[in-house]
Design a protein around this ligand. Structure first.
Ligand code: J2J
Length: 536
């Protein structure tokens, strides 16, 4: 596939010889007994046999539409059976789903369709009050497939029918093919696509399922978006399918929705971001639901404070596991038998013996053991390049193929990593990643805004919130410059996902600069922390 950076042949040979990469494809992950429940979603309950059949029929439906091996299809579905069926159907015919988040709007989805040259777009009809069909009308794709009332588009249900005719044998994908595209959290003006091959992603989910102790008795509650790497494959939905357990989809992590499902389905595992974990810790003290089935709470996406991690066993009655992962690949897990100290105070250690880790200073030299530096990594499930992004790749990877994570870590003698901060220009808002540059570019399009700088504002619940420092054009000054509400309306009008909206706007006359003349975001953050945002 053009725009995809393969692993060099010596590493490919090694990963194969050492058994990390096999021949299994993402479409073959359903390994449960045919009669057992694979998926519970709303009122739907599907056995492994039923899910397998629906995925196959829908795969035939996509083939009838003309979707083929190597095609890209942007998929934007909430946590519904349709997501799972569509994902399996596409990977079975070797068409790669490009996984947009349900929160994405026109600016993000259009860009994904263009970048991936997607042949089709699959969405819900409406969700959370938003009509995806109206957005779909102007997307640059040949086919729009809608789960629900499709209006002028193709209904997903119409793909899932037995026409009695052979759709033609699909071109079987190769394990080295790109199986799925994940979205990067982003540090640049435009989001990046992460190509994950069948074999690297299958290894990712199987090795994760092993480390997390998943079995056929695992009942995994999905509260994060299914399209996110954590919920999809770490071990996630696919890791459960590969070990024969049951996946239960919840619409969100709100205790009102999640707790009754835990009780009813006797859920044993759930993956959450820190704000949800903290919400659960509070809600568990007054909720009446029986959460006793819960054995493991995986927490990741942003740093989980040691003190809160320590509360989980007593309050929620289950073990806690910290997960420091990234859609680009590398996953760190605290192990189920790690001493309490490590589970509470670290973000885990690499999943694979073949993960290579370097912690380096600004010159790219390894720091002394135990000191803070930027984490670089390569391995059998870490990308070697973003899709169609040669310039960005030249900066994001070392010449010997290590991915620069932009995360600042400390490595303990045990190999566990402690996340100490971040070097990349990104806001981590409760696990949602916001590229400062992307948001700044949107803000600069506002007629009254002369310059913009976006920084994270520490927040006890979300970890960080987003603050936009704005320099207003002189002509706009009599009106005082756009307030937060106007900025949000403006961004909504541009089709920007709501999680990227600033939580706060500060008008300033000029930005503090570093000695080399760059905007000093450190200084801006320090002024915010000191309560003097417009200090000169
Ligand atoms: C601090 N920062 C963390 C943690 C991720 C599992 C879990 C998370 C993700 C994910 C994922 C962190 N403490 N425990 O894909 O499979 C920050 C880092 C990292 C970035 C990646 C998974 N866990 N982070 O969050 O691609 O900055 O993946 O580089 O969304 O989140 O973001 P993302």
């Amino acid at each position: 596939m053009d725009g995809f950076t393969p692993w060099p042949s010596d590493l490919e040979a090694r990963y194969k010889a050492e058994g990390y990469w096999g021949d299994r494809l993402l479409g073959d992950v359903l390994r449960g007994d045919p009669g057992r429940t694979a998926l519970v979603a709303g009122a739907e309950r599907l056995t492994y046999a039923e899910l397998d059949r629906r995925a196959d029929r829908t795969a035939a439906g996509f083939l009838r539409l003309g979707i083929r091996r190597g095609d890209r299809v942007v998929v934007q579905l909430p946590n519904t059976a349709a997501f799972v069926v569509t994902f399996l159907a596409l990977v079975r015919i070797g068409a790669a789903p490009v996984l947009a988040l349900p929160a994405h709007r026109d600016s993000e989805v259009r860009y994904l369709c263009e970048l991936a040259e997607a042949r089709a777009y699959v969405s819900a009809e409406t969700d959370g009050g938003f009509d995806y069909r109206s957005m779909a009308r102007t997307l640059p794709v040949e086919h729009v497939v809608v789960d629900g009332d499709a209006q002028e588009f193709t209904a997903l249900a119409d793909l899932d029918i037995d026409t009695g005719e052979e759709p033609g044998r699909p071109d079987r994908p190769d394990p080295s093919d790109v199986g799925v595209f994940l979205l990067s959290g982003g540090t640049t003006g435009l989001p990046k696509l992460i190509p994950r091959t069948h074999r690297d992603y299958v290894y990712n989910l199987q090795a994760s399922a092993e480390v997390c102790g998943f079995t056929r008795d695992t009942v995994y509650l999905v509260v994060l978006p299914a399209a996110h790497n954590f919920a999809l494959a770490c071990p996630g939905i696919l890791g459960v399918f590969a070990t024969g357990g049951t996946v239960v989809l919840a619409p969100s992590g709100s205790p009102d929705e999640a707790f009754p499902l835990i009780e009813r389905e006797r859920a044993t595992v759930c993956a959450v971001v820190p704000p949800i974990a903290m919400l659960w810790l509070d809600a568990a003290t007054w909720s009446e639901e029986d959460l006793s089935s819960l054995a493991l709470l995986q927490v990741g996406g942003a740093k989980f404070a040691a003190a809160r991690a320590a509360e989980v066993p007593a309050v929620l009655g289950c073990a806690v596991q910290q997960v420091f992962g990234m859609a680009e690949g590398l996953l760190n897990y605290t192990r189920l038998d790690d001493p309490r100290e490590l589970v509470e105070r670290t973000q885990g250690r690499p999943l694979s013996p073949a993960d290579e880790i370097r912690v380096v200073d600004e010159d790219g030299k390894s720091v002394p053991p135990g000191e803070v530096g930027e984490l670089l990594t390569r391995g059998p499930y870490t990308l070697r390049g973003y899709y169609r992004a040669p310039e960005h790749n030249a900066r994001s990877f070392t010449p010997d193929g290590f991915y620069r994570t932009g995360d600042l870590v400390r490595e303990l003698p045990s190999g566990h990593l402690v996340v100490e901060g971040r070097e990349k220009d990104q806001i981590n808002r409760g696990g949602d990643k916001i590229s400062a540059e992307e948001l700044e570019n949107h803000l600069l399009a506002h007629p009254a805004i002369h310059d913009a700088a976006v920084v994270g504002l520490p927040d006890p619940m979300m970890g960080e919130r987003t603050c936009a420092f704005l320099i207003v054009r002189e002509a706009a000054l009599p009106g005082g410059g756009p307030a937060l509400r106007e900025i949000k309306d403006f961004l909504r009008g541009r089709g920007v996902a709501a999680y990227k909206f600033p939580d706060r706007v500060e008008h300033v006359d000029r930005f503090p600069r570093t000695p080399v003349g760059k905007i000093s975001k450190k200084e801006l953050a320090a002024r915010l922390a000191a309560g003097r945002p417009d200090d000169q």
